[in-house]
Design a protein around this ligand. Structure first.
Ligand code: SR1
Ligand code: MG
Length: 400
């Protein structure tokens, strides 16, 4: 057993070579560290003889995006590998295969998805993904239903809640999403040109009440085992295939939080298409496509979740009480709207941004997009508890 230390590229090659029956004996392995996320090292190992490849992901004991001054638990590597394995069982084909987890090194060895692209980049290029709504609605419905009190043994669920307690990663979300944007915080990061819009977030009492309610649900509502960070940078995609990665923020929380993460990132791309699409017709086509995708994801998720409930529901009263299913699904939709708004706002004024918006080089266009994201986010949060349909969510987006 090795004691923890950040791996060198040569050590990553040696570990990859030891994965049984993966690389042939005459493999000629090369390695490159390719991690471009906020937290971890990611080694890409390739055999030039067979063409086979692997990913080794190693957690660092601090948040890479900030540095060693922000210590972070290595237990997130366990949570990530256990969640990936569980997701692979509940939503087959929609996550990378895990070959090995090494707790000492906080290391997960998994399938290389280099034949896919990160969805955020694909959307910026204006690509269409015809199967995405089907795939992601299956992923969300299956992983959330079967880890909830509706779909699994309720005593086992309590043990699962315990095993996925993830206090440090949850605190990042609690601070960066549900606190910092609404106060003067050193973590905040936004341009002087939108100071007035950022200040408006800090003085809006109606908004603060709704964010406090969303925050409370995030802190206390252990509804299902969430991915916890389901943005378009956590999704590898092609026209035929979707693979969800990076569940290190997994914990038991409100179902709407995962849906809100997907929506927020689709909608920020929707706003940013004002810059990224070459001509007006292409831009409008892509924007319509993104809004249709938002509607389709909800409708498919709704139908799939209810079908699972019908076939596999374990809670007699929840199964039979008249009106309960409608109540439950509407609450998920309303939570999803609120979390969509919260996740949009944090990416404009908070610590960690998205390239859809940040890489717009024209200052005026970028600032205008930032303001639009803040407006949509604010309205979604303020109106979340009265929202009645997915079409209403789309209307809020279009009217801002
Ligand atoms: C300090 S980590 C910043 C962000 O990166 C992750 O992807 C999460 O979204 C987190 O909030
Ligand atoms: Mg991540």
């Amino acid at each position: 057993m090795s004691t923890y230390h950040p791996l060198t590229e040569q050590e990553a090659i040696d570990i990859a070579r030891s994965i049984e029956a993966f690389f042939p004996a005459d493999a000629s392995l090369s390695c490159k560290e390719i991690g471009d996320g906020n937290l971890n090292l990611v080694f890409h190992i390739k055999d030039s003889v067979s063409g086979k490849s692997l990913i080794l992901k190693q957690a660092l004991p601090y948040a890479k995006v900030v540095g060693e001054s922000w210590p972070l638990t290595l237990d997130r590597a366990r949570i990530e590998s256990e969640k990936l394995i569980l997701e692979g069982k509940l939503a087959p084909g929609l996550v990378p295969q895990v070959y090995k987890y090494d707790p000492e090194l906080a290391l997960t060895v998994m399938e290389d998805l280099s034949d896919h692209v990160i969805m955020r980049r694909g959307l910026i290029e204006g690509n269409i993904y015809p199967l995405f709504a089907d795939h992601i609605s299956t992923f969300i419905a299956n992983t959330l239903f079967f880890t909830s009190d509706l779909g699994m043994n309720q005593q086992q669920k309590k043990l699962q809640v315990k095993s996925f307690i993830n206090p440090e990663l949850c605190k990042i979300t609690e601070d960066l999403i549900f606190d910092d944007p609404y106060t003067l915080s050193d973590n905040n990061n936004y341009e002087a040109a939108i100071e007035d819009a950022a200040a408006a977030l800090r003085s809006n009492d109606e908004l603060h009440l709704e964010v406090a309610i969303l925050r409370e649900k995030f802190l206390t509502n252990a509804q299902a085992l969430l991915h916890g960070d389901l943005h378009t940078g956590s999704i590898f995609i092609t026209k035929q295939s979707t693979k969800v990665i990076d569940p290190e923020f997994a914990f038991y929380g409100p179902i709407g939080f995962d849906i809100g993460a997907v929506y927020a990132n689709l909608l920020m791309n929707y706003v940013a298409q004002a810059h990224w699409s070459k001509d007006e017709a292409a831009r409008e086509a892509h924007r319509s496509y993104l809004l249709e995708m938002v509607v389709s994801i909800w409708n498919q998720f709704h139908d799939k979740f209810l079908a699972l409930w019908e076939a596999h529901g374990v809670d007699r009263l929840a199964n039979e009480a008249k009106g309960y299913k409608q109540y439950y699904m509407k609450r998920i939709l309303q939570d999803a709207a609120g979390y969509t708004g919260a996740k949009m706002i944090r990416r404009i004024v908070g610590l960690s941004h998205v390239i859809d918006i940040d890489r717009i080089d024209d200052d005026a266009v970028r600032n205008s997009c930032q303001r639009q994201v803040l407006n949509i986010g604010t309205q979604l949060i303020i109106r979340n508890r009265s929202l009645q349909s997915i079409e209403e969510l789309v209307d809020i987006v279009k009217s801002n």
